[in-house]
Design a protein around this ligand. Structure first.
Ligand code: AMP
Ligand code: FES
Ligand code: ZN
Length: 312
């Protein structure tokens, strides 16, 4: 198979675009797609300070690398969840990338260690509050991403969610008609109230497979293993179903998710109830930590209170 842009041998076929690329042309293609995502979804401007949440996996390290190569001012945040073995190995990948690539671009890494902050890793915390590990983990990560971005005055918080993640999440939301979640499923969520930072997903145009190929071509050393905790089993089922549809009909994931974004844009334009307005009216400062919440005490503070006093 030959590259469609130059005479070199292709390293990746992309049936959804009916094309194939060699390493350098793939690199150019992916960076162009990310730039297009940033512009078309009004994610951030060249002068903005970005905080990338990095897990040590391919998506987030690739995102950090691309933003730095495109000349953006992007620092990173790693949340050490205290999952024995897995957290040490993922932290090692993040620290190595910081040393080998990011620091020479003037970027820095912040590490938040859950054990130091909460006195226990997420597995023990989940046991204490009697909730599944993954949802405990989700609450902690969302809270810390927002807190660190807000307290350190970053303009925007970026995560490595890709097209596979977003299409699977959309499928789940549609199957259960989660209208409220559907409304908020967007690659750009504005900073609607004080304490709530803007959130973006610049890889939403790229599939998992394309990102993995980019990471290999560009020698990004990432952690291949997945988190050992039962990880949103339903999401894996949705991803698998979408992969089967994609194999039958290339471009399915893209049509599904991008089509949804188009419809969402049209609906927002014709509706008088903008999402920012909704947030402003429903969010208020948490009475314990002051971060925005729809309840009196935010879900993170409620969870921490339960962990300190599990019999309540
Ligand atoms: P996941 O929910 O594991 O699929 O991760 C989605 C995104 O969240 C990743 O692409 C990262 O941007 C971010 N992320 C996940 N885990 C961590 C972590 N431990 N520390 C910082 N960012 C993370
Ligand atoms: Fe959160 Fe595995 S990454 S439970
Ligand atoms: Zn709180």
């Amino acid at each position: 198979m030959r590259c469609r842009k130059c005479p070199k041998r292709a390293v990746l076929g992309m049936p959804r675009h009916n094309t194939a690329f060699c390493g350098p042309c793939l690199t150019e293609f992916v960076r162009t797609q990310v730039q297009r995502a940033i512009k078309s979804q009004a994610m951030f401007a060249p002068e903005d300070q970005i905080l990338v949440a990095v897990s040590g996996g391919k998506d987030s390290l690739t995102l950090w690398e691309i933003l730095l190569k495109l000349g953006y001012r992007a620092d990173a945040l790693y949340v050490d969840l205290g999952i024995s073995g897995y957290s040490e190995r993922s932290r090692e990948k993040v620290e190595r990338f910081t040393r080998d690539v990011a620091e020479s671009c003037g970027a820095k890494l912040t590490i938040h260690t859950v054990k130091e902050d909460a006195g226990a890793g997420i597995k023990e915390l989940a046991n204490l509050v009697k909730r599944p590990t993954c949802s405990t983990c989700g609450t902690i990560k969302r809270y810390q991403f927002n807190r660190v971005a807000w307290e350190n005055k970053y303009d925007v918080m970026a995560t490595g969610h890709n097209l596979d993640d977003e299409a699977a999440r959309l499928l789940g939301n549609v199957l259960q008609w989660q209208e409220e979640y559907l409304q908020k499923q967007s690659p750009t969520l504005p900073a609607s109230v004080a304490g709530f930072s803007k959130k973006v997903k610049p890889l939403y145009r790229m599939t998992e497979r394309e990102i993995a190929a980019y990471a290999i071509v560009n020698r990004i050393d990432y952690l291949v293993e997945e988190c050992p905790m039962a990880k949103g089993a339903k999401m894996l089922v949705y991803k698998d179903a979408l992969n089967r549809l994609e194999a039958e009909s290339p471009g399915t994931k893209q049509r599904f998710y991008w089509g949804f974004l188009e419809k969402q844009k049209k609906a927002a334009a014709s509706s008088s109830i903008a999402m920012a307005h909704l947030d402003q009216t429903t969010l208020q400062p948490c009475d314990t930590c002051s971060q925005p919440t729809t309840a009196g005490t935010c879900s993170f503070c409620r969870m921490m209170a339960r962990a300190k006093n599990p019999t309540r």
